[in-house]
Design a protein around this ligand. Structure first.
Ligand SMILES: Nc1nc2c(ncn2[C@@H]2O[C@H](COP(=O)(O)OP(=O)(O)OP(=O)(O)O)[C@@H](O)[C@H]2O)c(=O)[nH]1
Length: 244
C-alpha cells in the first residue's frame, strides 16, 4: 500500500513534469504573465519554469523567424501579383495605359541617352463592331487575345505592347527608325492575315499610323500624330499603314 502510494506519487510527479514539457514552445506571445514571471507554484515548478525559458527560447525564436520569413515570402508574392495586375490588361496580357506610361518613360530616357530613334505605332482593328455584332462579344474577346498573341510573335521581344482601350493598341519600338517600324507593322499585318482566329474562319485586319518621336515631343503629341495617320489609313480603305 505504502509502496503503491509512493509509486503513484512518483508517477503523478512524472506526469506533471511531462505535461509541463509538452506545453507549447512559443509561450511569450500568448502568456497572461509577463516573460520571466514565475507561476505561484512550488519551488520545483519555479525551477522548471526557469529551465524552460533558458533552454527553449532559442527554439521558439527560430520557429518565429521561420514563420516570419514564410509570411514575408507570401506578402512579396502578393505584392508582385498586385503590381503586375495594376500594369496589365486582364484580357490580353498586354500592358495597360498605366504600365505603358512607365515603359514609355524608361524608353524615352534610353532613346535620349543613346540618341536612338523611338517609333510608335497606333493599331486599330478594322470593323470590330461588325465582328462583335455577328459573332458575339465572346468571339470579339478571343479576337483581341489572338491579335496580341500574333503581335508578340511578329515583333521583337524589346517592343512594348499596350492595349490603349477597346480595340486600339499602341506599340513602342525602341531603336527603330520610321522605315523599319513600317516594315515591322506590315510584317505583323501579313502574319495576322495568315492566321485565322482559333476555332473561327475569320482573319483580322487593322489600320495603323506610325510615327517616330520628335525631339521634345510629349507622348500625347506622338499619339495624336499617330492617331491622325490611323484615321487616314481608315479613310484610305483600311488594312494599311500610314505614317504621320
Ligand atoms: N469583344 C469586345 N469588344 C470590345 C471591347 N472593347 C471595345 N469593343 C468593341 O469594339 C467596337 C469598336 O467599334 P468602332 O469604334 O465602331 O470600330 P470598328 O467597328 O472597328 O470600325 P473601324 O475602326 O472604322 O474599322 C465596339 O463595338 C466596342 O463595343 C472588348 O474588350 N471586347
Amino acid at each position: 500500500m505504502f509502496k503503491h502510494d509512493h509509486s503513484s506519487l512518483v508517477h503523478s510527479s512524472r506526469r506533471a513534469s511531462r505535461r509541463f514539457h509538452r506545453r507549447p514552445t512559443l509561450p511569450a506571445l500568448a502568456s497572461a504573465q509577463p516573460p520571466g514571471c514565475l507561476p505561484a507554484a512550488s519551488g520545483r515548478a519555479q525551477h522548471a519554469h526557469v529551465r524552460r525559458f533558458d533552454t527553449r527560447k532559442p527554439e521558439a525564436t527560430a520557429l518565429e523567424l521561420l514563420a516570419a520569413e514564410l509570411r514575408i515570402g507570401d506578402l512579396e508574392r502578393a505584392l508582385s501579383e498586385a503590381r503586375e495586375a495594376a500594369h496589365t490588361d486582364a484580357l490580353t496580357g498586354a500592358l495597360n495605359r498605366h504600365g505603358f506610361a512607365e515603359a514609355y518613360q524608361r524608353e524615352t530616357a534610353r532613346s535620349r541617352r543613346n540618341n536612338s530613334p523611338l517609333a510608335l505605332a497606333l493599331i486599330d482593328l478594322d470593323d470590330f463592331k461588325r465582328l462583335n455584332d455577328t459573332l458575339g462579344h465572346q468571339v470579339g474577346d478571343e479576337a483581341l487575345v489572338h491579335l496580341v498573341r500574333v503581335m508578340r510573335s511578329a515583333l521583337r521581344p524589346s517592343d512594348i505592347l499596350c492595349r490603349f482601350g477597346g480595340e486600339e493598341f499602341v506599340v513602342l519600338l525602341p531603336e527603330t527608325a520610321l522605315s523599319q517600324a513600317i516594315n515591322a507593322i506590315a510584317r505583323f499585318q501579313r502574319q495576322l492575315a495568315a492566321q485565322a482566329i482559333p476555332g473561327q474562319e475569320i482573319v483580322l485586319t487593322f489600320s495603323a499610323g506610325v510615327v517616330v518621336q520628335q525631339s521634345g515631343e510629349s507622348l500625347e503629341q506622338s499619339i495624336l500624330r499617330a492617331d491622325v495617320a490611323t484615321y487616314a489609313a481608315k479613310r484610305a480603305g483600311k488594312n494599311c499603314v500610314v505614317t504621320g
